[in-house]
Structure formats: structure tokens, C-alpha cells
Design a protein around this ligand. Structure first.
Ligand SMILES: [Cu+2]
Length: 145
């Protein structure tokens, strides 16, 4: 054994002190962070909810598919697609941001589109204000009877 090694208790105290300093540093950064730091520390944009809801079963064809994000995405980088269980793309409008709450984005099926009963996948892709791309998908089931 290395006789010059400090006693274990000293090592633990030093580690605790280092942790404390690190935690204090993080607190200071959080409290006084510049715009860059707060942007980097912020949670990424996420999908909070949808209508129809993920994994839900609905009994009427939806007039729209609406996604509720945690922050307004950049619309030029946003796409929402509705895909049938046969992997066919449903004709819809482009994704539109809600005028009153731009965190909400929706698509509307084309006027001539009849949605048959089945499982639909909603595939979304957005670019957040911070430039980070996010994507995801969920399904809902349309069962009229
Ligand atoms: Cu981000």
C-alpha cells in the first residue's frame, strides 16, 4: 500500500468539498446565466399532448390532428404527417401554427379524404427556436363501431 496516501476520511471530505463547489457553481450559473447558458440548460422542445391523443381510440374521423408542444417550433422546419396502417400518406394541409397559441400545430385532412377505420401514425418533425431538431411519432385508432 502507498503509505503517503491520505486517510480515507480526508479523501471523502475533499470529494465532498469538490461536489459542493461544483453544485455552487451550477447554482451561480443557473442564477446569473447569460442568454447562451440559459438556452443550453433549457429543456428541449417536447410534445406535451395531442388531439387525438397518443394511443387513443376514437369513434369519429378527426377533423384535424393537433399537437401541443412545450414551445412554439420554427414553422418552416415543421412537418406533421398522417400515415395509414398500410403506410400510405394521407393528404393533408401543411402544418399550421395556431394563431392564438403558436405552441399548437395542426394539420387538416384534405376535403376529399375519407379516413377509413384503422390505426394511424402521426409523424412529426420540428425545429425548435434553439435550432435543435426534434422528431417523434404516435398512433391513434379510428374505430367507428
Ligand atoms: Cu434544444
Amino acid at each position: 500500500m502507498n503509505q503517503n496516501r491520505p486517510p480515507a476520511s480526508v479523501v471523502v471530505r475533499a470529494a465532498a468539498a469538490a461536489l459542493f463547489v461544483a453544485a455552487l457553481g451550477a447554482l451561480l450559473l443557473a442564477g446569473t446565466g447569460t442568454a447562451d447558458l440559459s438556452a443550453a440548460d433549457r429543456l428541449h422542445l417536447e410534445l406535451r399532448d395531442s388531439d387525438p391523443k397518443a394511443d387513443s381510440t376514437i369513434v369519429e374521423a378527426p377533423s384535424e390532428v393537433r399537437l401541443f408542444f412545450s414551445e412554439p417550433p420554427q414553422m418552416h422546419g415543421t412537418s406533421v404527417r398522417l400515415v395509414t396502417e398500410d403506410e400510405e400518406l394521407v393528404e393533408t394541409t401543411d402544418a399550421v401554427a395556431d394563431e392564438e397559441d403558436p405552441r399548437q400545430v395542426f394539420i387538416t385532412p384534405g376535403e376529399d379524404v375519407t379516413l377509413e377505420d384503422g390505426t394511424y401514425t402521426v409523424m412529426w418533425r420540428v425545429i425548435a427556436q434553439d435550432g435543435h431538431a426534434q422528431r417523434g411519432e404516435f398512433v391513434f385508432h379510428l374505430v367507428r363501431d
